[in-house]
Design a protein around this ligand. Structure first.
Ligand SMILES: *Cc1c(COP(=O)(O)O)cnc(C)c1O
Length: 425
């Protein structure tokens, strides 16, 4: 809907909300309340997505099955726990643009990142470098540094961090391509966030994958801020692997089981080293407990343990909503909603902040990162006192996520209004 001509007044926000075909989904979520009992303006879906109202029944069903059946629930629950994760396979594949055999829900994000690097970071003396963004999420930085050290290399030499040009806030795709063209033969792995958590920049995964694979590099993406936010095509882009968590835009609840994608070209590659566990073993013989590991072909072969059923139950509730709403429609609303918020923030002359996130809607998701010149964390705290929940990152970033599933155009308007007042105070 980029043809919409935005207007600044609150009646316009009201009209946009009334015309929003996805507006009713808001009612499917618990919206946190202010102390006065009204809905908060919750703009923190990039950190912890809200609870679908249907999650409770899904979790309670498994609690009941556990009470009713004990261990028998593995095979005789209404949704038997043994293959329970398979209930999430098809919706997950649809969401990230993958074949069902390419995805699995397991572990947590950083664990999956390590498991993928065990298999796909294969450094040699001549090719041992990893490319990441300079402002990659700390857990990813620690993970890659420790993998480099684990293999006996020096992170100071083997880690290539790519940063925006001086004066730019986003990394240019051409700069990534140039780095890969120049150093490609030394690069073992290119590992970027699909969306950078700090700036909100969405990377051109397709172009980056093509450039890296042309140099013989492996390409992985951390989709923590992209899954449930952007329309991903992991299979068609040909990325080697991807990982994401399920508690941000996917609304699976705190610490929810995470996601993992392994391209089908690797599905049956028995040469890849991997850390194995019984849940990755061939399903037909798993319970005969053979001593030799025979991995399931596809992403499921990287599973280690029997997973948390209660956590997957909550995630099922959310994935049902994604299947109904569809990521295509959510993304269309999201582009309009984020652009509208950007428009509102530009309405008044305000010197106190600038927006770090790219202006081009194709280079961002449901997030704007505001860089403040003064006021700092206090602004975020005062907004919270007024029931407006956003996220603060030191030293000076206010991250705001208007999430298309449960945020309205009125939310964007209320935020912009109150935020501009605080900024000028
Ligand atoms: C949220 C996030 C994490 C958090 O990792 P967990 O293992 O889920 O605690 C890691 N990396 C990125 C890029 C994230 O956005």
């Amino acid at each position: 809907m980029p043809t919409v001509k935005f207007e600044a007044g609150r009646d316009f926000a009201q009209a946009m909300t009334a015309a929003d075909p996805l507006a009713a989904y808001r009612d499917r979520f618990h919206i946190p309340k202010t102390s006065a009992g009204s809905d908060c303006v919750y703009l923190c879906g990039h950190s912890l997505g809200l609870q679908p109202k249907s999650a409770r029944a899904c979790v309670e069903q498994e609690l009941q099955e556990w009470a009713r059946l004990g261990v028998e629930g593995h095979f005789h629950a209404r949704n038997p726990w043994m293959p329970y994760h398979e209930l999430l396979t098809a919706p997950t594949a649809r969401l990230v643009g993958a074949l069902p055999s390419e995805v699995v829900v397991m572990n947590s994000l950083t664990v999956n990142l390590h498991l993928m690097m065990v298999s796909f970071y294969r450094p040699t003396p001549s090719r041992n470098k990893i490319v990441i963004e300079s402002s990659a999420f700390p857990s990813d930085q620690y993970a890659v540094q420790s993998q480099i050290s684990f293999h006996g290399y020096d992170p100071a030499a083997s880690l290539l961090e790519i940063a925006p040009r001086f004066g730019d806030t986003a990394i240019r795709t051409e700069d990534i391509e140039t780095l890969i063209a120049e150093k490609g033969q030394q690069i073992a792995l290119v590992l970027l966030g699909g969306v950078n958590y700090y700036t909100g920049q969405a990377f051109d995964c397709s172009r980056i994958t093509e450039a890296a694979q042309a140099q013989g590099c492996v390409v992985g993406f951390d989709m923590a801020h992209a899954a449930g936010n952007l329309q991903l095509q992991l299979h068609d882009w040909g990325v080697d692997f991807a990982v994401w968590c399920s508690y941000k835009y996917l609304n699976g609840g705190p610490g929810c089981v995470a996601g993992c994608f392994v391209h089908e070209r690797h599905a049956r590659n028995q040469e890849l080293p991997r850390f194995a566990g019984w849940w990755g073993h061939d399903k037909s013989s798993r319970f005969q407990m053979p001593s030799r590991f025979q991995p399931i072909a596809g992403a499921e072969g990287w599973q280690l343990s029997n997973p948390s059923i209660l956590s997957m139950a909550a995630l099922r509730a959310s994935m049902e909503i994604f299947d109904e709403a569809t990521i295509a429609r959510l993304r269309a609303k999201s582009e309009t909603l984020t652009s509208y918020l950007e428009f509102l923030l530009a309405q008044e002359e305000c010197e106190n902040f600038s927006i770090l996130t790219p202006r081009d809607p194709s280079q961002r998701g449901a997030q704007l990162s505001l860089q403040l010149k003064k006021g700092g964390r206090g602004i975020c705290e005062r907004l919270a006192q007024r029931g407006i929940i956003c996220d603060w990152r030191e030293p000076d970033i206010l991250r705001v996520a208007p999430v298309p599933l449960y945020n309205s155009f009125l939310d964007a308007h209320t935020f912009a209004d109150k935020c501009l007042v605080e900024m000028k105070a």
